[in-house]
Ligand binder design. Structure first.
Ligand SMILES: NC(=O)c1ccc[n+]([C@@H]2O[C@H](COP(=O)([O-])OP(=O)(O)OC[C@H]3O[C@@H](n4cnc5c(N)ncnc54)[C@H](O)[C@@H]3O)[C@@H](O)[C@H]2O)c1
Ligand SMILES: [Zn+2]
Ligand SMILES: [Zn+2]
Length: 362
């Protein structure tokens, strides 16, 4: 691919030092999206500013930066109210608000699984990091999954002392668990069936729940004297499956409705899509998910959804890393050169044991 260049006065070019493979990339990798051929993937990017356009004044060449996965203008109605994940200006796709790097339906932007990345509205979007190389792998989690996990607990209305049930022990679920601990949860349950991922959850002090052994909601209800969780985070998405691997897009939502107490909150950061060409049923192909809405209503629960507005949290989370209160790199398992990205995708996609988070080094 040709190197990106400055196209607008507000652009910057970032030389990528670390770029991650995300569970969201797997939706495209598995053909479960309408991504166009030739797109450069990669929305979890950090690096050093290589060039800036004439209109960039806050950010300078040589700055070490984290690039939020959202591409936001900073001045539209949604950006001004803090919802940079639903920017009204940056995505020309009909009916979709919010843009991202290297992603299906998220605008015409290439991603950062490359040597160089073009960043629009650089003064607004880029987060400055301390110079040098310290905390590189912790800071690499600031562009998406650490803020996204935190956002899950925020959408769930989590308060200190809450018991939190997190579904999914992939990178996003583990970041939600890490966030819940930092925010003062009394107990955090993490549900998955992958042993290596559940072991990481246990390592940070959460209680692992293996859904291949028994109904996970029942397991949590049993462990809490029937009270269940005060709130929950969905970190799985529309490819949620049963222990045999068959997909049921409503499965995790049903589990959460069951296990969260009445009036409790559910934060859904796992992705659901309006059209899924690879879905098993006609309804699911159109993004229709028949979850237990009746019980959800009668329990008076709350639900928040959507892409994370990374800028709402990334400064605070950066400072928690700098002071040692947060260490999100605990889930990093592999660091590969960019030319081994194909292998990284293959093994992360298979959930091979020990492949919990893959970082690419261009
Ligand atoms: N909202 C956002 O801004 C945002 C940002 C990043 C990622 N995401 C989404 O978050 C989701 C998780 O991302 P990830 O990188 O952790 O992906 P991942 O695919 O690595 O992890 C998902 C995990 O869910 C587990 N799982 C599957 N079925 C389950 C079930 N029934 N119960 C419990 N666990 C189950 C899988 O075993 C896997 O470990 C994806 O849908 C991704 O697209 C959303
Ligand atoms: Zn991501
Ligand atoms: Zn905007």
């Amino acid at each position: 691919m040709p190197d990106p260049s400055i196209q607008a006065p507000g652009d910057a070019i970032v030389r990528i030092t670390t770029t991650n493979i995300c569970g969201s990339d797997l939706h495209m990798y598995e053909g479960r999206s309408t991504v166009e051929a030739g797109k450069v993937l990669g929305h979890e990017n950090m690096g050093v500013v290589e060039a800036v356009g004439a209109g960039v004044s806050r950010i300078s060449v040589g700055d070490r930066v984290s690039v939020p996965f959202n591409i936001a203008c900073g001045t539209c109605r949604n950006c001004v109210s803090g919802w940079t994940s639903f920017c009204l200006r940056t995505n020309p796709t009909d009916g979709v608000d919010g843009a991202a790097y290297g992603y299906a339906n998220m605008g015409p932007y290439d991603g950062g699984q490359a040597q160089l990345l073009r960043v629009p509205y650089a003064d607004f979007n880029l987060l400055e990091l301390p110079p040098g190389t310290e905390h590189e792998h912790d800071f690499a989690m600031l562009s998406d999954i650490f803020p996204t996990g935190w956002h899950g607990t925020e959408l769930a209305g989590m308060r200190p002392g809450d018991r939190v049930a997190v579904f999914g022990a992939g990178p996003v679920g583990l970041m939600a668990a890490h966030s819940a601990m930092i925010r003062g949860a009394s107990e955090v349950f993490v549900v998955d069936k992958e042993r290596d991922r559940l072991d990481l959850a246990a390592k940070i002090g959460a209680t692992p729940v293996d859904f291949s052994r028994a109904d996970p909601a029942e397991q949590i209800l049993d462990a809490t004297g029937g009270r269940g969780a005060d709130c929950g985070v969905e970190a799985v998405g529309y490819q949620a499956h049963d222990p045999s691997g068959d997909e049921h897009p409503e499965l995790v939502l049903d589990n959460l409705v069951k296990v969260v107490r009445s009036t409790g909150g559910i934060g859904v950061v796992g992705v659901y899509v309006p059209s899924d060409p690879g879905a098993a049923t006609a309804a699911a192909k159109e993004g229709r998910v028949a979850f237990d809405y009746g019980t959800f209503f009668s329990k008076g629960q709350q639900m928040g959804t959507g892409q994370c507005p990374v800028m709402r949290y990334n400064r605070h989370l950066r400072d928690l890393i700098v002071t040692g209160r947060a260490q999100p790199s605990f889930l990093v398992s592999h660091e590969l050169p960019l030319d081994r990205a194909a292998e990284g995708y293959e093994r992360f996609d298979r959930r091979d044991a020990g492949w919990t988070k893959v970082l690419l080094k261009p």
